[in-house]
Design a protein around this ligand. Sequence first.
Ligand code: SF4
Length: 310
Amino acid sequence: MTGVSTATYEQWNKVAQVYPISVTPYFFSLAVPGDILDPIYRQFVPDESEIGLSSEKPDPLGEEEHMPVPGLIRRYEDRCLILTTHLCAVYCRHCNRKRYWSGRGAIRIERSFPAILAYLKRETSIREVILSGGDPLVLPDGKLEYLLRQIRKIPRVEVIRIGTRIPVVMPMRITKRLAGMLRKYRPLWVMTQFNHPREITPWSQMACERLISAGIPVSNQSVLLKDINDDFITLQSLFRALVRISVRPYYLFQCDPVRGTTHFQVPIEKGKELMKSIWSSTSGLCLPRYVVDLPGRQGKVALDGEGFDK
Ligand code: SF4
Protein backbone atom coordinates (compact mmCIF):
# COMPACT_ATOMS: atom_id res chain seq x y z
CA MET A 1 0.00 0.00 0.00
CA THR A 2 1.44 3.38 -0.99
CA GLY A 3 2.31 6.00 1.64
CA VAL A 4 2.58 3.51 4.51
CA SER A 5 5.82 3.48 6.52
CA THR A 6 7.84 0.40 7.40
CA ALA A 7 7.02 1.02 11.08
CA THR A 8 3.31 0.88 10.28
CA TYR A 9 3.73 -2.37 8.35
CA GLU A 10 5.58 -3.82 11.33
CA GLN A 11 2.78 -2.74 13.63
CA TRP A 12 0.16 -4.35 11.38
CA ASN A 13 2.20 -7.51 11.26
CA LYS A 14 2.24 -7.65 15.07
CA VAL A 15 -1.54 -7.27 15.29
CA ALA A 16 -2.07 -9.75 12.45
CA GLN A 17 -0.29 -12.46 14.49
CA VAL A 18 -3.29 -12.32 16.82
CA TYR A 19 -6.09 -11.09 14.55
CA PRO A 20 -5.34 -11.82 10.87
CA ILE A 21 -6.07 -9.45 8.02
CA SER A 22 -8.31 -10.22 5.08
CA VAL A 23 -9.82 -7.80 2.59
CA THR A 24 -11.28 -8.22 -0.88
CA PRO A 25 -9.85 -6.14 -3.76
CA TYR A 26 -13.35 -4.70 -4.19
CA PHE A 27 -13.73 -3.48 -0.59
CA PHE A 28 -10.14 -2.22 -0.63
CA SER A 29 -10.96 -0.18 -3.74
CA LEU A 30 -13.69 1.71 -1.86
CA ALA A 31 -11.12 3.23 0.54
CA VAL A 32 -9.39 6.52 -0.25
CA PRO A 33 -5.76 5.55 -1.04
CA GLY A 34 -3.29 6.55 1.65
CA ASP A 35 -5.91 8.03 4.02
CA ILE A 36 -5.51 6.13 7.26
CA LEU A 37 -8.57 7.85 8.72
CA ASP A 38 -10.83 6.76 5.89
CA PRO A 39 -13.98 5.06 7.29
CA ILE A 40 -13.73 2.11 4.89
CA TYR A 41 -10.04 1.65 5.48
CA ARG A 42 -10.47 1.62 9.27
CA GLN A 43 -12.82 -1.36 9.03
CA PHE A 44 -10.15 -3.68 7.63
CA VAL A 45 -6.78 -2.24 8.65
CA PRO A 46 -5.46 -3.36 12.04
CA ASP A 47 -4.88 -0.98 14.91
CA GLU A 48 -2.28 -1.49 17.60
CA SER A 49 -4.90 -1.04 20.31
CA GLU A 50 -6.49 -4.35 19.27
CA ILE A 51 -3.75 -6.17 21.14
CA GLY A 52 -3.21 -3.70 23.98
CA LEU A 53 -3.96 -4.55 27.61
CA SER A 54 -7.70 -4.87 28.01
CA SER A 55 -10.16 -5.85 30.71
CA GLU A 56 -12.72 -6.74 28.04
CA LYS A 57 -13.63 -10.33 27.32
CA PRO A 58 -13.37 -12.14 23.98
CA ASP A 59 -16.98 -13.35 24.44
CA PRO A 60 -18.90 -10.75 26.52
CA LEU A 61 -22.27 -12.04 25.30
CA GLY A 62 -21.54 -15.44 26.81
CA GLU A 63 -22.20 -17.30 23.56
CA GLU A 64 -19.89 -20.14 24.52
CA GLU A 65 -22.01 -20.81 27.60
CA HIS A 66 -25.11 -21.21 25.43
CA MET A 67 -23.77 -23.82 23.07
CA PRO A 68 -25.64 -27.08 23.71
CA VAL A 69 -23.89 -28.63 20.69
CA PRO A 70 -20.52 -27.46 19.31
CA GLY A 71 -21.23 -24.88 16.60
CA LEU A 72 -24.80 -24.07 17.70
CA ILE A 73 -25.62 -21.08 19.91
CA ARG A 74 -29.01 -20.93 21.55
CA ARG A 75 -29.79 -17.78 23.49
CA TYR A 76 -33.51 -17.73 22.80
CA GLU A 77 -36.22 -20.35 23.08
CA ASP A 78 -37.57 -20.10 19.54
CA ARG A 79 -34.37 -19.65 17.51
CA CYS A 80 -30.76 -20.66 17.32
CA LEU A 81 -27.63 -19.71 15.43
CA ILE A 82 -25.26 -22.04 13.59
CA LEU A 83 -21.58 -21.16 13.23
CA THR A 84 -21.05 -22.40 9.70
CA THR A 85 -17.43 -21.32 9.29
CA HIS A 86 -14.73 -19.22 10.95
CA LEU A 87 -13.79 -17.62 7.61
CA CYS A 88 -14.87 -14.24 6.22
CA ALA A 89 -14.09 -12.38 3.00
CA VAL A 90 -13.07 -9.35 5.09
CA TYR A 91 -12.07 -9.55 8.72
CA CYS A 92 -13.86 -6.53 10.18
CA ARG A 93 -11.72 -5.10 12.93
CA HIS A 94 -14.86 -4.37 15.03
CA CYS A 95 -16.22 -7.94 14.76
CA ASN A 96 -17.85 -9.35 17.91
CA ARG A 97 -16.66 -12.88 17.04
CA LYS A 98 -12.99 -12.06 16.60
CA ARG A 99 -12.25 -14.98 18.86
CA TYR A 100 -13.17 -17.38 16.05
CA TRP A 101 -11.19 -15.97 13.19
CA SER A 102 -8.23 -15.16 15.44
CA GLY A 103 -7.19 -18.73 14.70
CA ARG A 104 -8.05 -20.23 18.05
CA GLY A 105 -11.48 -21.50 17.14
CA ALA A 106 -11.44 -22.94 13.62
CA ILE A 107 -14.90 -24.23 12.76
CA ARG A 108 -15.40 -27.29 10.59
CA ILE A 109 -19.15 -27.47 10.07
CA GLU A 110 -18.80 -30.91 8.41
CA ARG A 111 -17.79 -32.38 11.75
CA SER A 112 -20.47 -30.88 13.92
CA PHE A 113 -23.38 -30.71 11.48
CA PRO A 114 -24.83 -34.18 12.20
CA ALA A 115 -25.04 -33.31 15.91
CA ILE A 116 -26.49 -29.88 15.10
CA LEU A 117 -29.11 -31.42 12.87
CA ALA A 118 -30.04 -34.02 15.49
CA TYR A 119 -30.45 -31.20 18.02
CA LEU A 120 -32.68 -29.20 15.64
CA LYS A 121 -34.90 -32.23 15.11
CA ARG A 122 -35.16 -32.89 18.82
CA GLU A 123 -35.81 -29.35 20.09
CA THR A 124 -39.45 -28.75 19.32
CA SER A 125 -39.60 -25.03 20.15
CA ILE A 126 -37.06 -23.89 17.53
CA ARG A 127 -38.80 -22.22 14.59
CA GLU A 128 -36.02 -20.03 13.24
CA VAL A 129 -32.44 -20.90 12.32
CA ILE A 130 -29.75 -18.31 11.65
CA LEU A 131 -26.72 -19.28 9.58
CA SER A 132 -23.78 -17.22 10.74
CA GLY A 133 -20.06 -17.58 11.46
CA GLY A 134 -17.78 -16.21 10.08
CA ASP A 135 -19.62 -15.57 6.87
CA PRO A 136 -21.80 -18.40 5.52
CA LEU A 137 -21.63 -17.02 1.98
CA VAL A 138 -17.90 -17.79 1.76
CA LEU A 139 -18.91 -21.47 1.72
CA PRO A 140 -19.06 -23.09 -1.72
CA ASP A 141 -22.59 -23.19 -3.17
CA GLY A 142 -22.75 -26.98 -2.81
CA LYS A 143 -21.91 -26.98 0.89
CA LEU A 144 -24.28 -24.10 1.60
CA GLU A 145 -27.09 -25.83 -0.26
CA TYR A 146 -26.49 -29.04 1.64
CA LEU A 147 -26.96 -27.17 4.96
CA LEU A 148 -30.09 -25.41 3.73
CA ARG A 149 -31.61 -28.60 2.33
CA GLN A 150 -31.08 -30.50 5.56
CA ILE A 151 -32.57 -27.71 7.66
CA ARG A 152 -35.56 -27.38 5.33
CA LYS A 153 -36.32 -31.06 5.88
CA ILE A 154 -37.45 -30.10 9.38
CA PRO A 155 -40.98 -28.72 8.76
CA ARG A 156 -41.07 -26.98 12.16
CA VAL A 157 -38.29 -24.60 11.10
CA GLU A 158 -40.33 -21.82 9.55
CA VAL A 159 -37.67 -19.26 8.76
CA ILE A 160 -33.98 -19.39 7.86
CA ARG A 161 -31.83 -16.30 8.15
CA ILE A 162 -28.35 -15.82 6.70
CA GLY A 163 -26.10 -13.27 8.42
CA THR A 164 -23.54 -12.10 5.86
CA ARG A 165 -21.41 -9.12 4.89
CA ILE A 166 -20.89 -10.45 1.38
CA PRO A 167 -23.28 -7.95 -0.32
CA VAL A 168 -21.10 -5.20 1.21
CA VAL A 169 -17.57 -6.56 0.80
CA MET A 170 -17.79 -8.99 -2.16
CA PRO A 171 -21.09 -8.26 -3.92
CA MET A 172 -20.05 -10.10 -7.11
CA ARG A 173 -20.38 -13.34 -5.08
CA ILE A 174 -24.18 -12.87 -5.27
CA THR A 175 -24.52 -14.40 -8.71
CA LYS A 176 -27.85 -15.14 -10.39
CA ARG A 177 -27.07 -18.79 -9.81
CA LEU A 178 -26.54 -18.31 -6.06
CA ALA A 179 -29.73 -16.23 -5.76
CA GLY A 180 -31.61 -18.93 -7.69
CA MET A 181 -30.32 -21.62 -5.35
CA LEU A 182 -31.21 -19.62 -2.21
CA ARG A 183 -34.68 -18.98 -3.61
CA LYS A 184 -35.53 -22.67 -3.21
CA TYR A 185 -35.18 -22.48 0.56
CA ARG A 186 -37.54 -19.60 1.32
CA PRO A 187 -38.80 -18.21 3.64
CA LEU A 188 -35.21 -17.07 3.81
CA TRP A 189 -34.01 -13.68 4.96
CA VAL A 190 -30.60 -12.09 4.48
CA MET A 191 -29.26 -9.86 7.23
CA THR A 192 -26.31 -7.81 6.08
CA GLN A 193 -24.13 -5.06 7.54
CA PHE A 194 -23.60 -1.78 5.68
CA ASN A 195 -21.87 0.65 8.04
CA HIS A 196 -21.15 3.62 5.79
CA PRO A 197 -23.00 5.24 2.85
CA ARG A 198 -19.93 4.82 0.62
CA GLU A 199 -20.42 1.05 0.85
CA ILE A 200 -23.58 1.43 -1.22
CA THR A 201 -22.35 1.18 -4.80
CA PRO A 202 -23.80 -0.07 -8.10
CA TRP A 203 -22.25 -3.45 -7.27
CA SER A 204 -23.77 -3.77 -3.81
CA GLN A 205 -27.07 -2.48 -5.15
CA MET A 206 -27.00 -5.20 -7.81
CA ALA A 207 -26.26 -7.88 -5.19
CA CYS A 208 -29.20 -6.79 -3.04
CA GLU A 209 -31.50 -6.55 -6.06
CA ARG A 210 -30.63 -10.09 -7.09
CA LEU A 211 -31.60 -11.37 -3.66
CA ILE A 212 -34.76 -9.31 -3.48
CA SER A 213 -35.78 -10.40 -7.02
CA ALA A 214 -35.39 -13.99 -5.82
CA GLY A 215 -37.94 -13.30 -3.08
CA ILE A 216 -35.33 -12.94 -0.33
CA PRO A 217 -35.82 -9.80 1.79
CA VAL A 218 -32.60 -8.02 2.76
CA SER A 219 -32.32 -6.22 6.11
CA ASN A 220 -29.39 -4.29 7.45
CA GLN A 221 -27.75 -4.37 10.88
CA SER A 222 -25.22 -1.54 11.14
CA VAL A 223 -22.81 -1.22 14.03
CA LEU A 224 -22.26 2.22 15.56
CA LEU A 225 -18.51 2.75 15.16
CA LYS A 226 -16.32 5.58 16.41
CA ASP A 227 -14.87 7.73 13.62
CA ILE A 228 -16.63 5.60 11.01
CA ASN A 229 -20.32 6.42 11.28
CA ASP A 230 -20.85 8.15 14.64
CA ASP A 231 -22.15 11.41 13.21
CA PHE A 232 -25.56 12.63 12.08
CA ILE A 233 -24.80 13.17 8.37
CA THR A 234 -23.16 9.77 7.88
CA LEU A 235 -25.88 7.81 9.66
CA GLN A 236 -28.74 9.66 8.03
CA SER A 237 -27.15 9.26 4.58
CA LEU A 238 -26.59 5.56 5.26
CA PHE A 239 -30.18 4.88 6.31
CA ARG A 240 -31.60 6.87 3.38
CA ALA A 241 -29.32 5.12 0.89
CA LEU A 242 -30.37 1.71 2.22
CA VAL A 243 -34.01 2.52 1.63
CA ARG A 244 -33.16 3.72 -1.91
CA ILE A 245 -31.82 0.24 -2.70
CA SER A 246 -34.82 -1.42 -0.97
CA VAL A 247 -32.83 -2.70 2.01
CA ARG A 248 -34.54 -2.28 5.35
CA PRO A 249 -32.51 -0.47 8.04
CA TYR A 250 -33.32 -2.93 10.81
CA TYR A 251 -30.91 -2.42 13.70
CA LEU A 252 -28.19 0.01 14.68
CA PHE A 253 -26.11 -2.00 17.16
CA GLN A 254 -24.15 -0.56 20.00
CA CYS A 255 -20.66 -2.03 19.42
CA ASP A 256 -20.27 -4.96 21.85
CA PRO A 257 -17.48 -4.57 24.43
CA VAL A 258 -15.36 -7.29 22.85
CA ARG A 259 -11.64 -7.55 23.44
CA GLY A 260 -9.78 -5.89 20.58
CA THR A 261 -12.54 -3.45 19.63
CA THR A 262 -12.27 -0.77 22.34
CA HIS A 263 -11.18 1.88 19.86
CA PHE A 264 -14.56 1.58 18.07
CA GLN A 265 -16.76 2.09 21.13
CA VAL A 266 -19.15 5.05 21.12
CA PRO A 267 -20.75 6.13 24.43
CA ILE A 268 -24.41 5.07 24.59
CA GLU A 269 -25.45 8.64 25.45
CA LYS A 270 -23.92 9.87 22.20
CA GLY A 271 -25.67 7.10 20.25
CA LYS A 272 -29.01 8.06 21.81
CA GLU A 273 -28.55 11.73 20.94
CA LEU A 274 -27.66 10.84 17.36
CA MET A 275 -30.68 8.60 16.94
CA LYS A 276 -32.96 11.18 18.51
CA SER A 277 -31.87 13.79 15.92
CA ILE A 278 -32.28 11.28 13.11
CA TRP A 279 -35.75 10.25 14.28
CA SER A 280 -36.92 13.84 14.33
CA SER A 281 -35.72 14.62 10.81
CA THR A 282 -35.95 11.43 8.79
CA SER A 283 -38.75 9.38 7.23
CA GLY A 284 -39.91 6.47 9.40
CA LEU A 285 -38.95 4.05 6.63
CA CYS A 286 -35.29 4.91 7.18
CA LEU A 287 -35.22 4.32 10.93
CA PRO A 288 -33.61 1.27 12.48
CA ARG A 289 -33.95 0.39 16.17
CA TYR A 290 -30.89 1.39 18.19
CA VAL A 291 -30.14 -1.65 20.36
CA VAL A 292 -27.55 -3.14 22.66
CA ASP A 293 -27.06 -6.89 22.95
CA LEU A 294 -26.79 -8.09 26.54
CA PRO A 295 -25.12 -11.31 27.76
CA GLY A 296 -26.74 -14.72 27.65
CA ARG A 297 -30.50 -14.91 27.44
CA GLN A 298 -31.11 -11.24 28.22
CA GLY A 299 -30.90 -10.50 24.48
CA LYS A 300 -31.32 -7.18 22.72
CA VAL A 301 -32.51 -4.10 24.56
CA ALA A 302 -33.80 -1.04 22.71
CA LEU A 303 -31.92 2.16 23.51
CA ASP A 304 -34.33 4.38 21.64
CA GLY A 305 -37.49 5.17 23.55
CA GLU A 306 -38.91 8.30 25.04
CA GLY A 307 -38.77 11.24 22.66
CA PHE A 308 -38.54 8.99 19.62
CA ASP A 309 -42.22 9.11 18.64
CA LYS A 310 -42.94 9.06 14.93
S1 SF4 B 1 -18.08 -10.49 8.17
FE1 SF4 B 1 -19.20 -10.64 10.12
S2 SF4 B 1 -18.28 -12.37 11.19
FE2 SF4 B 1 -16.87 -11.75 9.54
S3 SF4 B 1 -15.43 -10.36 10.48
FE3 SF4 B 1 -17.07 -9.11 9.59
S4 SF4 B 1 -18.53 -8.84 11.27
FE4 SF4 B 1 -17.20 -10.55 11.84
